[in-house]
Design a protein around this ligand. Sequence first.
Ligand code: ME8
Length: 648
Amino acid sequence: MSKFYITTPIYYPSGNPHIGHCYTTVACDSIARYKRMQGYDVMFLTGTDEHGQKIEEKAKEKGVTPQQYVDDIVKVFKSLWSYMNISYDRYIRTTDDFHVQAVQKIFKELYDRGYIYKGEYKGKYCTPCESFWTQSQLDENGCCPECHREVKEASEEAYFFKMSPFADRIEKLLTETDYLQPKTRATELINNFIKPGLEDLCVSRTSFTWGIPVTFDPKHVVYVWVDALFNYCTALGYMNEAHDDFAKFWPADVHMVAKDIMRFHAIIWPAMLMAMDLPLPKHLAVHGWITFNGQKMSKSLGNVVDPFILGERYGADAIRYHILREMALGADSSFSNEIMINRINSDLANGLGNLVSRTVAMAAKYFGGTLPEEREAGEFDDELIAEATALRGKVDAFIDQTQINNALAEIFKVVSRANKYIDETTPWILGKDESKKARLATVLYNLLETIRIVSTLLSCFMPTTMPKVWEQIGAQESDISYENAGKFGVMPANVTVHKGDIIFPRIDVEKEIDELNKIIGGQSGEAEKADDGFEPAELGEEITIDDFAKSDLRVALVKACEKVKKSKKLLCLQLDDGFGGRQVVSGIAQWYKPEDLIGKKVIIVANLKPVKLCGVESNGMICAADAPDGSAKVIFPDQDLPCGSKIR
Ligand code: ME8
């Protein structure tokens, strides 16, 4: 049997887990379940990264020991994973004795091999990120390039890890193999870290004590990232006796992480493995952030969405589905109550839920629950059957590329196809005609079989609800398997359905949004206070000056402005653009009243194709910037510039 080893990052228990942590964990869980269903011998690892200055400081603030502090939060992580139905095979805590001792051995081994040496560290240190940075790595304000907070000068005697011997191999790993998913991220890593010359990494600290002591120089503790990264190996028994499956599962098949810790996994981790002569993991799948009000959802920004609150309202499976469906590998995904509730209503309640309840209800109504064995094929059957049987192959391919959102999109295409098949075959009309019973039974059987295939595949993503679907459609345990998910006609012709509760109840959108805004809005107020931690939107793809020259930006004067009727968001502006005037519609009504803008000069994109917004024609766009509180701020140029002045 082939093995499959997948890991989440080990999370810092410096605060309670949030939807961002849920994303990676639920994504890995779904892949692990899928691989198990395919017959792989799976090891799915998660855990907590419990050392470091940040934890030491938090514990002190609370008046408890660091160990007591992490013990309490780890309980919350574990209860969330159980609530979310996370099927991890192993949970590692970096305070586990076996891990501590293994990291000490690894550190000594790297020292004995000549890859770690003692020196003096002078640099810029970011306390929240626990990272030292060189001057060239700081952002344009001289702050931490990860969290954009102030860094401080720090200097200490320290041990260093030699990075330069591995630069060429790492560059090849990133450019010539499919280690990095998506591979497009390789350019930023190479330009920012490898091209300027890989600097040696400071791998010990003397300024705090909550860490793993270096055995041969105990005033030093091992840098938290060296301690943390090796969890992927020690959890299997590398350099320890607590487990014995390192030979079986290493190298990892997939490490999944968000972009903020890509550098550690794409450069530092391979270098350390190379230094230990260990094989490299096969894939590093990097996803974006779940953002809230335009900022990364993060404990330190205080804008986190509590998964327990959402789970209680809609069920763990609906939350799992929503976050998996929204996040595309490599891009950020913005969390909003509205998108979540609409997604649950459209895909789960109206799409899948409706398909199951309509099919089961018709089988009960027309045949007392048990289909007769007579069959009559008809129009549309072949198309539905072909789509349902081809589905498994498509999902396999997307799972292998860690594109879970696309796998789910394929599954829901078949759900829509099946709902359309009901409209095409009109079983309620067939039911009125005694001579059409065989045709009706065929239609219902085809629907039940399609539901069986779809729900078997979906059970990896929504493990709690799908068994309820199987119960309703009369599928037996032996009908549900990966093998059968690729076949049509598995259930017996005289299958018996069982009407049950609605699987995904429809949510009253307005009422829910009001209630959720009250709960989550309270939390986002905290975010506004923390705008020093503003995370700018991701940089766009590189373009040439010629690409930029295609956009014609001009100065224009707002002569008149009014709200667009029937819209809460839109303002309609009459502008003097230096070319006889134009009308532009802009989505800034939440933040600007017409009188705030009349008489002011703004910047417009002047050569945009006209569009109609809420029925009103718009000839261009007003330029505005993201503000930390999630609003948009209009850019006001020098007010003396003439209308029509071109921006270059
Ligand atoms: O970085 N959107 O731990 P951490 C999406 N201990 N994913 C998010 C997220 C968000 N808003 N916020 C967090 C650490 N994550 C280290 C890892 S591994 C050897 C050591 C997820 O608790 C995402 O997977 O800060 C990210 O990579 C991870 O949590 C960071 O968690």
